[in-house]
Design a protein around this ligand. Sequence first.
Ligand code: GAR
Length: 192
Amino acid sequence: MIKYTGPKKIKTAVFISGTGSNLKNLIKFSKKKNSPITIDLIISNNSKAKGLSYGKFFKIKKKVFNFKNKILIEKEMLSVLYKYKIELICLAGFMKILSKSFIRKFKGKILNIHPSLLPKYKGLNTHARALNKKDKFSGCTVHLVNSKLDSGKIILQKKVKIYKNDSVETLSKRILKQEHKLYPAAIKKLFG
Ligand code: GAR
């Protein structure tokens, strides 16, 4: 595990597929004096991802990779990550599954945020599944990425109450708010 030991901050790449509210939040966090990371690269599999606009706004290098040929693309992605001397990858709403061999190359250096209380509801549609099951709580989890989907070591979790009249929209909005606190807290816990 990387340990933050001094003035040198950890060079981080954030991977996104969509809106990028976690990305924006991580960028803001990285600009704080006590943040152990800098965000040096934004990677997306989707050229239309709204979150890519934060690259322009905050003057952070961004790269789009079309995941049609995963093996080839991951090779290209690795060379870009090495070029920018990236030491940590934060997945933030990144909806592609990285290969085992890619994950091995960044072993212990890839974090993900997932909108459920893992190990419950790995994969997609977490809010709908929690509502269907009439759960009393859901939440979010920051975990290390290993070769099994949403199964790596849990760093931090936040529980969020589910109300009777909640919809996917209201619940996801409330959980997202907590995600924005949880991701920086997990990074501080690991490297701060
Ligand atoms: C977040 O809720 C994140 O936890 C989830 O996608 C959303 C992205 O929002 N991630 C996953 O479902 C990963 N499997 P954002 O683009 O606004 O950060």
